[in-house]
Each structure stands twice: as C-alpha cells, then as structure tokens.
Write a protein that binds this ligand. Structure first.
Ligand code: SAH
Length: 286
C-alpha cells in the first residue's frame, strides 16, 4: 500500500494522528480501534475524512489527522541501521544533483530512507540500484519503500558486498551515493562504472573516514573537485517576545564529501573544489 498524497483519507492508508506533544503513525483499517492515553478513536470515523481534520477521542482528546510527509515517514518507519536524517538527505539530493531520469547507485540500503528520496527524485524514467550485504536490512528497507511509494520496477537490489565488486550490468551510472563504514574501499569499483561528469556523494559520520576517503579520491586521476561539507540545521523558537534559536539542536550527524568524475585529469590544480559558499562569486561573467 502506498502513501497517497491527495484526496479523502481511505482504508489502507497511513496517517499521523497529532497531539500537542506526541504523534502516532497508524494504518487505517476498517472496524479497527486506535487506543491511546486519552481513550480511543474508531478508524471508521477517520476513513473518508479530509486531511487536516480534527477528530475527538472517547475521553475528549483532540487529534489532528494528516498524511505523513516524506520526512515524517522516514523518522517513524521501522529501522535496523541508522537512517540518514532529512536535513542531510536534502543536501545529498541537491549537491548530488539527482535529476529525473538519472541512473543512481547507492550502498548500503540500510532502512531505505535515502532510497525513497532517490526514487522520488529520479522519477519513473530513472533507475535506483541499491547494494546491501545484510539480507535482513534489505528486506525491511524494501517493505519501508513499498509502504511509501508502492511497488517500483525501476528499483534494483543487489545483495552484494560493494567492497568486492560492482555488477557488470551496472554501467554508465550518473550518480553514486555511499553510506558505508569504509567507503574508500568501494572507490576503485565506482571509478569503473560512474560516467564522466558523474557525481559521487559520500556520507560519513567521522572525520577520520573523510580523511581516508579524500586521500583515496585524490590518488585517482579520474576524480576531481573534491569538496567536504556539513549541514547544520538550527530551529528557532518564535513565541511572543521570545524569538531566538531553541536551546537544543542536533549538533552532529555526518560530513558529506562530494567529487566529480572526469575522463583523466593531468593537472593537480583541478583536485580541490572551490568552497561551495564562494561558488557564485567565482563564476566569471562572459
Ligand atoms: N542510507 C541508509 C542507511 C545505510 S546504513 C538509510 O538512509 O536508511 C549502512 C548500510 O550499509 C547497512 O545496511 C550495512 O549493512 C550496509 N553495508 C555495510 N557494508 C557494506 C558493503 N560492503 N556492501 C554493501 N552494503 C554494506
């Protein structure tokens, strides 16, 4: 069953019931009852409602009914491996320049959070190929993906160790995204399948991984414009006169290293990217 995005709420759909401080992800089923600390609500009373409705529980609680967004969904879905958080997924999609029709290869699939975003971004004309060594993770990821997007025939799963090899069929890849403990071990295989002009994005929680990865990329004559960034997201409180950042924020998730595939670079001056923040100023008018 896939998440619908519009129309009246129907049986089989996932919805989020919002309370002031809590939220519950449920799948609507005929004659089922949802229980929580303020009593219960009949699924039958939610089916057929407009998204954005408020429903009263048996003990006078109010619940706001909304469909989950992509970000809501990945935070709530069952996971084994740690997922990539929405703030980093946003950056990956843009810095990785994932476009409709692209052939994208990722490793590993984990819980499938990134995979869903990639499938949405490449659309029906693109392809996503996921490498994963753990069958149990892959199974859960496929269920998570199917629950959100429905069955997709442009998604290929390879139960393989990407450090060992990349399948012969997976050639002419436009974009590669890695979320692996030792990404540098996959680079020699990626070098063979990523097309010139292609982009590699690597997600790494520690800076020691970044150092090893950048050194490895720089040892290849076919990767250039190597850049490392991190995304900090700082939520603000806007309440009366108290207008300031919240006291708490997620201080760290991971770094992203991005590199561009070229035919063969002879000159080392092309090794490093100009920092992204300066990009606009550095474009020479012609
Ligand atoms: N990006 C995923 C999370 C990936 S977690 C998400 O957003 O949900 C890292 C995954 O890489 C794990 O599932 C792990 O089993 C897998 N993995 C680790 N080493 C691997 C290898 N050599 N080849 C393929 N997959 C690997």
């Amino acid at each position: 069953m896939k998440i619908r995005r519009k129309g009246k709420l129907s049986e089989g759909e996932w919805v989020i019931l919002w309370e002031s401080k809590r939220r519950y992800l449920i799948q609507l089923e005929k004659d089922k009852i949802f229980h929580y600390h303020k009593g219960y609500v009949q699924h039958n009373d939610i089916i057929g409602l407009e998204e954005g409705s408020i429903i009263k529980s048996s003990h006078g609680g109010n619940l706001l009914v909304l469909r989950p967004t992509y970000a809501d969904y990945i935070l709530e879905m069952p996971r084994g491996a740690q997922i990539i958080y929405p703030k980093d997924i946003g950056t990956i999609l843009i810095w990785g320049d994932i476009y409709p029709g692209a052939r994208v290869l990722e490793a590993g699939i984990g819980s499938g959070a990134l995979t869903i975003a990639l499938l949405q971004a490449v659309g029906e004309t693109g392809v996503v190929i996921s490498y994963e060594i753990r069958e149990d993770f892959a199974k859960r990821a496929l269920t998570n993906i199917e629950n959100f997007l429905g069955r997709r025939d442009n998604h290929i799963l390879r139960l393989k160790d990407i450090y060992q090899e990349i399948d012969e069929e997976d050639k002419d890849i436009d974009r590669v995204i890695l979320d692996l403990p030792e990404p540098w071990r996959a680079i020699k295989h990626i070098d063979k399948v990523l097309r010139p002009g292609g982009i590699l994005v690597i997600y790494m929680p520690t800076i020691l991984q970044v150092q090893k990865t950048v050194e490895t990329l720089e040892s290849f004559k076919s990767f250039t414009l190597v850049e490392t960034i991190e995304t900090l997201l700082r939520p603000w409180q806007i309440e009366g006169l108290s207008i300031r950042p919240y006291h708490r924020m997620v201080a760290h998730t991971a770094f992203l290293t991005i590199a561009r595939k070229v035919i063969i670079k002879e000159e080392s001056i092309f090794q490093k990217a100009l920092p992204s923040v300066e990009t606009e100023e550095n474009f020479e008018p012609n």
